[in-house]
Design a protein around this ligand. Structure first.
Ligand SMILES: Cc1ncc(C[n+]2csc(CCOP(=O)(O)OP(=O)(O)O)c2C)c(N)n1
Length: 509
């Protein structure tokens, strides 16, 4: 971990002095952004990322993103400065009371070492806990005077953390597949996280299975134009039951069974449908609503299953994907996304946080490659804009496109400055409906009336971008979209496109 994402204060200065030339410090102007940048950086580099925050205030600012990193199952080592040990009995200025408790329950392990000499071992411990499945953030509180103490170097250790399914687990999967005439696979973020997309495609083709994306999946785990691709499940129990009713087996890979957002009554799955879950997350096993669960890492397990299956593919039962609905020419989020899809570089990495446009994104911007789609698993806003910065730092040769709601972007708008500071080739697309449209849509979905207005009119994104050093352009005509996006993709620098959209008719579920 040689890139440090942070926001500094006096309790971190001893850590920061004499900064080594082979380490990189990425300044975020808000701690939530520091953690979100580190989160995307860790996901794309497949290694834990290091964060340094300022005492309790910095950690407090960061907590929304810590929650997201926990839900994303992203390995992070988060450190925060603590006051000098000798001052602690007098509750000094900037003292972080109960520092170890503060980030819980959204860190896997939390520690303030008993002695200064134990800090390196605590950081190493935090790293190894973060990198065990399910991955997640850890926390070390470091009294500032500890950095002046001599310590011994901890030995470099290697850990092989894969957990392959037991023979009984493999047999259970094989028996369920062999007994099924109409199998479905439901893929969640755990597939892409475990680099198991290719194995999942092979399994789907061998079975002729229809492949659905788990509700609110935060990553792309199956190519969305593949003939077996059957679409996205909504986080509503009755919707899930109906979509999966025609299948006698549902194999859930790397996802909960299932993630719901709104309550509807009834059983979690139609009678006669068998559910088998494979996940590396014991918590997702404990909270599953139905079925047989197997705790295992995905890729190793799928490879083991594939090795035991007959090589010839079974007749396909892939459900044909519905053609996108034709669009009228008022400038909607869907129209903007369709224009974006026309000119999007094939290897672009998409980071998304545009709540009322998620369905339109799925419809008009099919994601075709593993490792090219990221969203917050938590639903906590303020993640994607800084995450795009972390993604660009992890993948300097790739075009990063952040698709953002106008409201969402404001939670972490200062991360534009970090994008400008590091001259990162990110295109920030603001789907600007001048409101918290998802709140209005959700209220309608639930039949609620009389809510206050969530109108956000008056934000000027072009001037905001320019204030942070990013070139911005506002688009109000559909015909101007593609050229504007093309100009962004040709630029080596960050750019922002503020698209004025009208989405009165859009729905979330
Ligand atoms: C940290 C946080 N605060 C509040 C919310 C609730 N919330 C969900 S969607 C939404 C509106 C987002 O507005 P915008 O980004 O403009 O997207 P739109 O809904 O207009 O598509 C809000 C406030 C949240 N998810 N996370």
């Amino acid at each position: 971990m040689t890139t440090v994402f942070g926001n500094p204060g006096s309790t971190e200065l001893r850590f920061l002095r004499s900064w080594p030339s082979d380490f990189r410090y990425v300044t975020a102007l808000h701690e939530g952004s520091a953690v979100a940048m580190a989160d995307a950086y860790a996901q794309l580099s497949r290694n834990a990322a290091f964060v340094n925050l300022h005492s309790a205030g910095g950690l407090g600012n960061a907590m929304g993103s810590v929650f997201t990193a926990y839900k994303n199952q992203t390995p992070l080592v988060i450190t925060a400065g603590q006051q000098t040990r000798a001052l602690m009995p007098n509750a000094p200025f900037l003292y972080a009371r109960d520092a170890v408790v503060m980030p819980q329950p959204y860190v896997k392990w939390s520690c303030e070492p008993a002695r200064a000499e134990d800090v390196p071992a605590a950081i190493e411990h935090a790293y190894h806990v973060a990198m065990q499945r399910p991955f997640g953030p850890t926390f070390v509180s470091i009294p500032e005077d500890d950095w002046d103490r001599e310590t011994v170097e901890t030995p470099l250790r290697r850990v092989i953390a894969d957990v392959v399914a037991s023979p009984e687990g493999i047999e259970t999967i094989l028996a369920a597949l062999a007994a099924s005439a109409r199998p479905a696979i439901v893929v969640g973020p755990g597939v892409d996280r475990d680099d198991a997309s290719a194995a999942t495609v092979a399994l789907a083709e061998r079975l002729g299975a229809a492949v659905y994306v788990s509700p609110l999946s935060s990553r792309c785990s199956f190519p969305e134009r593949h003939p077996n691709f059957a679409g996205f499940l909504a986080p509503v129990r009755t919707h899930v039951v109906e979509r999966l009713r025609e299948h006698d087996l549902v194999l859930v890979l790397g996802a909960p069974v299932f993630t719901y957002h709104v309550f509807t009554d009834g059983p979690p799955i139609a009678e006669g449908t068998v559910v088998v879950q494979v996940t590396d997350d014991p918590d997702a096993v404990a909270s599953a609503a139905a079925g047989t669960s197997i705790v295992a890492t995905l890729r190793a397990t799928l490879d083991a299953v594939l090795a035991r299956m007959p090589p010839e593919p079974r007749a396909g039962s892939g459900v044909a994907r519905a053609a996108p609905r034709p669009l009228v020419d008022t400038l909607s989020g869907a129209l903007a996304l369709r224009a974006l899809a026309h000119v999007l570089p094939a290897d672009a990495i998409v980071v998304e946080e545009a709540p009322s446009h998620r369905n339109a994104l799925h419809e008009y911007v099919p994601i075709e490659r593993a490792g090219t789609f990221y969203a917050a698993a938590s639903g906590s806003l303020g993640w994607a804009l800084p995450a795009a910065v972390g993604a660009a730092l992890a993948r300097p040769s790739r075009r990063i496109v952040a698709i953002l709601g106008d409201g969402s972007s404001m939670y972490a708008i200062t991360a534009l400055w970090t994008a400008a500071r590091f001259a990162l080739p990110i295109t920030f697309v603001i789907l600007d409906n001048a409101s918290y449209a998802a709140m209005n849509q959700f209220g309608r979905f639930l039949g609620f009336e009389g809510m206050p207005s969530f109108d956000l009119a008056g934000l000027d994104f072009v001037r905001a971008a320019e204030a942070f050093g990013v070139r911005g352009v506002r688009i109000e005509l559909a015909g101007d979209l593609e050229e504007a996006f093309r100009a962004c993709f040709a630029s080596p620098l960050p750019t922002l496109v503020d698209v004025a959209v009208d989405d009165a008719a859009a729905t979330i579920y």
